[in-house]
Structures are given as C-alpha cells and as structure tokens.
Design a binder for this molecule. Structure first.
Ligand code: GAR
Length: 212
C-alpha cells in the first residue's frame, strides 16, 4: 500500500547518476518501502534536476548565494523537507557539508553515498574525483563505496553498507570513478535506502546492526 511508504527526499549537486539509480530502483521494486517525493539541488541547472523532472518528481533549487548565511540556506532546505513530511533524506552527490544543527534535526534520517571505503579517503576535501585521485596516488589496490548515516562529523557517521572495487593498473581517476559507481554506488545506495525505509537498520553505540 502506497500510504505505508516512507517519503524520500534526494539532495543533489551534479549529474545525478545516483539519483537515477534510485529512480530506477523504485521502478523495478528494489525500493518498495519508500517513494522519492522530491529532489533538492544546491546548483542551478544540475543535470540531476532533468532526471527528476523526467521521472515526474518535484524539484527545488536552493542556492546558497540567495541567503545571507549558511544557517538561512539550510533553514530553507529544512522548511521544504518538513513541509513535505520527509522521512528519509538521501545525499546523492550533494556537495555542501551540513551543519550540526541540520544533522541533529534529522538524527539517523540522512544517508550519504561516498566513493571510497570509509575510513579511507574521506572527510573534508574528499569529494567526487578528488577521492579517486587520492586513492590512485596512494596506490591502494582495492577501493569501493560506502553508504553511511550522516552525523556532525563529515563522512563519520555509522556505516550502513560498503562494497569493494578492484583498482586496475592503468586506471585514471575518471575510469576508476565510473567503475566504483557501476559496481558499488548504484547498487548499495538503493539497497541501503530500502533497508532504512523498511526499518531493517538499527543504530546503536555509533554503528549499525541489521534488524531482520
Ligand atoms: C558520486 O561518486 C558520489 O559518491 C560523490 O559524488 C558523485 C556524484 O555523482 N559524492 C561525494 O564525493 C560526497 N563526498 P552523481 O551526481 O552522478 O550521483
């Protein structure tokens, strides 16, 4: 029954391939306990917004430059989320660090996908291609992606799912980024969203447990 489904909001800044994976997962039934109700972008003209419109999902653009402070920018996002009775917020390539005020307001209700195996290559400054550049520079042989709950520490919240991806000898950051998306992000993000919406994740002592 539709009425039992959790309301999901997806926050984006860029191309939105992870948003697309969520839209496709809802269509195919991988996500069955939640419904993507709206998409918020903090970048004008982000291609993710086109993907949302094509799927007939409501979109909002909230630009930091239109507010006098970061707090006011976040208040506008909070207003939209609360007005739409959002149960789960998914950061899918959302390139703005959320304040403690925001993460506390939605304690254990925000998921983020990060393109490395946390705690490697994460925290402030590690986003998008920079993460893969750092992994290649270090010469690690295995990387991957992580979906975690968002708290006040950037990329520091409880881990929901991770998937490993092998690095190949001649990888460039772009090639590696694509492999990590295809083999890890686009799979574990929808699966984690379903786990959260169906109440199968318990959070205790700073980590998650499966609640089957
Ligand atoms: C993804 O690789 C995501 O993991 C990363 O940005 C990309 C967004 O791509 N996020 C971060 O680095 C957050 N720290 P998309 O817009 O195509 O989903």
């Amino acid at each position: 029954m539709n009425t039992d489904k959790k309301n999901i909001a997806v926050l984006v800044s860029g191309g939105g391939t992870n948003l697309q994976a969520l839209i496709d997962a809802e269509k195919s039934g991988i996500i069955k306990s939640g419904k993507i109700k709206l998409v918020i972008s903090n970048k004008d003209g982000a291609f993710a917004l086109e993907r949302a419109k094509k799927a007939e999902i409501d979109t909002y653009t909230v630009l930091k430059k239109n507010f006098s402070s970061h707090a006011e920018f976040e208040s506008e996002i909070i207003r939209i989320l609360d007005e739409n009775e959002i149960d789960l917020i998914v950061l899918a390539g959302f390139m703005s660090i959320l304040s403690e005020n925001f993460t506390t307001h939605y304690k254990n209700k925000i998921l983020n996908v990060h393109p490395s195996l946390i705690p490697s290559f994460c925290g402030e400054g590690f986003y998008g291609l920079h993460v893969h550049e750092a992994a290649l520079k270090k010469g690690v042989k295995v990387t991957g992606a992580t979906v975690h709950i968002v708290n006040e520490i950037p990329d520091g919240g409880p881990i929901v799912m991770q998937r490993a991806v092998y690095i190949e000898e001649n990888d460039t950051p772009e090639v590696l980024q694509k492999r990590v998306m295809e083999q890890a992000e686009w799979k574990i993000l929808p699966e984690s969203v379903e786990l959260m919406c169906s109440g199968k994740i318990k959070i205790e002592n700073g980590r998650t447990y499966r609640n089957e």
